[in-house]
Ligand binder design. Structure first.
Ligand code: ZN
Length: 496
């Protein structure tokens, strides 16, 4: 089964065929760095991390671009455009770039903990003002934009005359045009549906750049069009983001890029669904936007305990990205238990040696069951990245692995090829593709090192080299590790 992707543009699952294989260009709308990332941010970046990881696994040469919105994300309030970063910088008494740097660092720190791979390019809006101005100039020259008092707007009505505006989000242009202008200051626009490409900066506005239309700052939508075109070309493979970006952000991106580049920007549009909290949309008004730092230390009132980054990653991947994911502390507690069970089994499997010769005890039925489960992994991930089914499939394998661990299944009853593929595929899907790291891994290392030391000590004692064996015991004791020689020659250890 080839990889299929649900394309928000065609509204159906399509077989993934890159425009220029083996190269794949992927653009994901990045964070607005005006504040700390919260749980809602975790979903898109973890979702697209799995997409990126799987495409790399398939052997594609992926260029993954994820921008940093450090300018332009503003809310229009009357005549004024309120830039989120400018407002927050004034509030925190910081230089805007100081604020941007602080939250960019915090974003990187949190997503490193989530084990997300770093994109190939992480361009910033402020680093691409020239490219944005160039695009706006083109839009003006082509007659799809107009200037009023130093601000430039995209003419949506004009665009809709010969293009399908609303094809991505399902919005109907007639409805959008009929909406009355209810906001003061919107009179600059020909139609309320028009969006700003460039805003004239009011005298006190801190973030401002020179432009052919006077001092101002770029709109939010144009930054993604400019940076995607610059780094991925006019037509690239995948454009991703959260469902909340479908309209107006992505719809506007399509309109701008189509006019400037004479081709639609992306072949596949992918959108992850939202996280709800106890059935409610996440939002400031509900006070349910849990910051990632609060998730990690459990300090938010909605949490009963801290949750590790891997628990959150696992929780998110347990649901298909196109379904809503309802958050609750209880659901995360259940995920934490599930993850531990899975990692315990995976760790044991990793250490389990593969015998070189198959005996006579091979259990045919059991082997077939394992092979069937192992070969189902690609079918699930190829089905529009169904990580939920990949994980459910792993949980079908966990009881088998645990039975080997508990001595209920003889390792010899599984053929060496079956065991080998079970070990390999579990590792590939869990670690490489789903990106789930064993948080207890350092402990495993200690176990291994201790085993080695006990073995060396035993060898020394067997050779009557008591100087070496005593040295090992004493040095370990100094580190508060005690060796216990049990009857039958077995040695165990414990920390004091
Ligand atoms: Zn964007």
């Amino acid at each position: 089964m080839p990889l299929t992707i649900y394309n928000s543009l065609s509204k159906k699952k399509e077989i993934f065929e890159p425009i220029n294989p083996p190269y794949v260009g992927m653009y994901v709308c990045g964070p607005t760095v005006s504040g700390e990332s919260h749980l809602g941010h975790a979903r898109p970046y973890i979702t697209f991390d799995v997409v990126y990881r799987y495409l790399l696994y398939l052997g594609y040469k992926v260029r993954y671009v994820r921008n940093i919105t450090d300018a332009g994300h503003f809310e229009e309030e009357g005549r004024e455009a309120i830039d989120k970063i400018s407002t927050k910088a004034q509030l925190e008494r910081m230089e805007p770039m100081e604020l941007v740097h602080k939250y960019t660092n915090l974003f990187h720190w949190a997503f490193k903990k989530f084990n997300t791979l770093v994109p190939n390019i992480e361009p910033t809006a402020t680093g691409h003002i020239v490219e944005q101005i160039d695009m706006i100039k083109k839009l003006l020259a082509d007659g799809y934009a107009y200037e009023v008092n130093g601000s430039v707007y995209f003419d949506v009505k004009k665009y809709a005359e010969n293009h399908d505006y609303g094809k991505l989000s399902g919005r109907v242009i007639e409805d959008l045009l009929e909406t009355t202008r209810d906001l003061e200051g919107q009179e600059e626009k020909r139609n309320k549906v028009d969006f700003a490409l460039w805003k004239a900066a009011p005298p006190k506005h801190i973030m401002r750049w020179n432009s052919p239309w006077g001092e101002g700052f770029p709109g939010w939508h144009i930054e993604c069009s400019a940076m995607a075109t610059k780094y991925l070309g006019a037509h690239f493979d995948i454009h991703g983001g959260g469902m909340d970006l479908l309209f107006p952000h992505h719809e506007s991106e399509i309109a701008q890029s189509t006019i400037c580049n004479h081709i639609e920007p992306a072949k596949y549009w992918m959108h992850n669904n939202m996280i709800t909290v106890a059935g409610k949309k996440m939002g400031k008004s509900y006070n349910n936007q849990i910051k990632l730092t609060e998730m990690f230390d459990g300090s938010h009132p909605l949490l009963t305990q801290p949750f590790s980054p891997m628990t959150i990653r696992f929780f998110i991947l347990q649901t298909h990205y196109k379904s809503t994911l309802d958050f609750s502390s209880e659901a995360l507690v259940a995920s934490e238990k599930g993850l531990k069970r899975l990692l315990d089994a995976a760790r044991f499997l990793k250490m389990l040696p593969v015998h070189t010769q198959d005996g006579v005890n091979t259990d045919k039925e059991l082997n077939e069951k394992i092979q069937r489960l192992v070969s189902a992994f690609p079918d699930f991930i190829n089905d529009d990245f169904n990580t939920a089914k990949v994980l459910a499939n792993m949980f079908e394998l966990v009881p088998i692995i645990n039975s080997i661990k508990d001595g209920l299944i003889e390792p010899g009853s599984i053929s060496s090829t079956t065991l080998q593929s079970l070990k390999e595929e579990m590792d590939i899907y869990l670690t490489q593709i789903l990106g789930i790291e064993d948080e207890l891994a350092p402990d495993v290392q200690i176990e291994q090192i201790m085993e080695l030391l006990i073995e060396i000590r035993k060898e020394a004692r067997d050779k009557k080299d008591f100087a070496t064996s005593d040295k090992i015991r004493k040095k370990l004791e100094a580190m508060d590790i005690v060796l216990n020689d049990e009857k039958g020659g077995k040695t165990t250890w414990n920390e004091k």
